[in-house]
Write a protein that binds this ligand. Structure first.
Ligand SMILES: NC(=O)c1ccc[n+]([C@@H]2O[C@H](COP(=O)([O-])OP(=O)(O)OC[C@H]3O[C@@H](n4cnc5c(N)ncnc54)[C@H](OP(=O)(O)O)[C@@H]3O)[C@@H](O)[C@H]2O)c1
Length: 395
């Protein structure tokens, strides 16, 4: 076996970085040794951290999946998302190694079939997040053209996957459905979006690292082939969970905006009198609930990368995702206990809570085997899928 390449992931505790880390540690360990310094060891806000880390580490590639919180102030967004990303890229240039950068559809206008050439104009009115991500894309291109930086940008749309511990983006919307905090449909019929499967991304990045000639200096929309209607997705989640809300009443955009303004005023008022309050995360993206944004997958489809699971979509993954998050949010006491017979079929947690003696007797007698491992989420997922397949077929 030849010597392994050493890769450094920044943002390894996040949704995307964690998924990448898990992949490289479990599926590519024979070829790649992956390192993921946490933000205390290497903060992108501290250029000296970057210098020091790479003076002590021999790296063969860098992947940057770090971002400041999406609603960060201008300084934090600029320092982490822009300066930090560019300092990493400059380090990659100095070391003559590839730099893989994760970007976002936030830099794109609304619209359909957007290509890698599209982006919003850089103006002061962009959100701190979008502005910092767009500036980074532009400077990476500049560094490629002027100094030969070997980089690739992967643009993600609405990301779905497990382990989003900060509950952002799609998972924030999903949380508000599970939590029954959305009484009516905050969208209109026919609004389509592109989705990115977090679990598929590492394989693509691995492929790009093995084919630098093709992928260097390029940007790719990494999205599932077909866009998804938001209303259908919300109603499918509702159906899986057998909820009574959101009611299938579509709140007009103008009304939803007024509601958002009212909530903003309440939050401001609460803050003024010393009560800690924050806008519900999902409302940040209200505009996008009412307008389509789909990214063209053409460039990706015409590349040498072959999606190993083209039939996987957010709909096929939903049962598994629901199983994972509902269990997690229940355990964290973020939501009321839910459909217990389904999500905890063996009822061990109930027994642990209410009749530990009986449980212990059963275990000792070998009548139950709680050590065999966690409930197989795929199995539950398949049950859910079967149970609800008629809904999907009819819609
Ligand atoms: N999630 C989505 O829906 C979505 C959609 C489109 C694009 N993207 C893109 O995907 C990438 C990853 O997003 P994500 O959802 O995985 O984010 P995430 O879960 O919020 O993770 C962010 C990561 O960045 C790290 N980080 C924050 N400040 C840092 C600093 N100063 N120095 C070093 N690391 C720092 C965090 O570490 P700590 O926890 O230690 O602070 C964490 O590991 C981003 O480029 C984002 O723009 C995400």
């Amino acid at each position: 076996m030849g010597s392994k390449r050493v890769g450094v992931i920044i943002g390894g505790s996040g949704l995307i970085g964690g998924t990448l880390l898990y992949y490289f540690k479990t599926k590519a360990a024979d070829h790649v040794e992956i390192l993921a310094p946490n933000s205390k060891k290497l903060s992108l806000r501290v250029p000296e951290d970057i210098n020091q880390y790479f003076s002590q580490t021999k790296a063969d590639f860098i992947i940057n999946s770090a971002i400041a919180a999406i609603d960060s102030d201008p300084q934090l967004a600029f320092e982490v998302n822009y300066l930090g990303a560019i300092n990493l890229a400059r380090k990659a240039l100095e070391l003559n190694i590839p730099y893989i950068h994760i970007s976002s559809a936030a830099i794109l206008p609304l619209g359909e079939n957007l290509t890698e050439e599209d982006h919003l104009p850089l103006t002061k009115d962009l959100s701190n997040y979008a502005k910092s991500k767009l500036m980074t894309e532009m400077t990476l291109k500049h560094l490629h053209e002027t100094q030969g930086l070997d980089y690739t940008i992967v643009r993600l749309a609405v990301v779905y996957g497990k382990h989003d511990h900060k509950i952002q983006g799609f998972h924030r919307l999903f949380f508000s459905i599970v939590d029954q905090a959305m009484p009516f449909m905050l969208t209109k019929r026919g609004v389509m979006h592109s989705y990115s499967n977090a679990q598929k991304l590492p394989d693509f990045i691995h492929h790009m690292l093995d084919h630098r000639e093709e992928f260097t200096g390029q940007t790719y929309n990494f999205v599932d082939r077909n866009p998804v209607e938001l209303a259908q997705l919300i109603l499918t989640i509702k159906s899986y969970l057998e909820l009574s809300v959101p009611k299938e009443v579509y709140v007009p955009y103008a009304l939803a905006r007024i509601g958002k303004k009212v909530i903003e005023l309440i939050v401001k008022g609460l803050i003024r009198i010393g009560i800690e309050a924050k806008m519900p995360g999902e409302l940040m993206f209200l505009d996008r609930f009412y307008q389509a944004q789909t990214l063209s997958p053409e460039k990706l489809l015409h590349s040498s990368y072959v999606d190993p699971d083209p039939q996987k979509t957010i709909f096929t993954e939903l049962p598994d995702i629901i199983q994972y998050y509902v269990t997690r949010w229940e355990q964290l006491n973020l939501i009321e206990p839910f459909n217990k017979e389904f999500f905890d079929p063996k009822k061990r947690a109930e027994e642990f809570l209410h009749s530990p003696e009986t449980l212990l007797e059963l275990i000792h007698a070998g009548a139950v085997d709680p050590f065999a491992g966690p409930v197989d989420p795929c199995r539950n997922g398949k049950d859910l899928l079967q149970k609800n397949s008629s809904y999907l077929k009819n819609n």
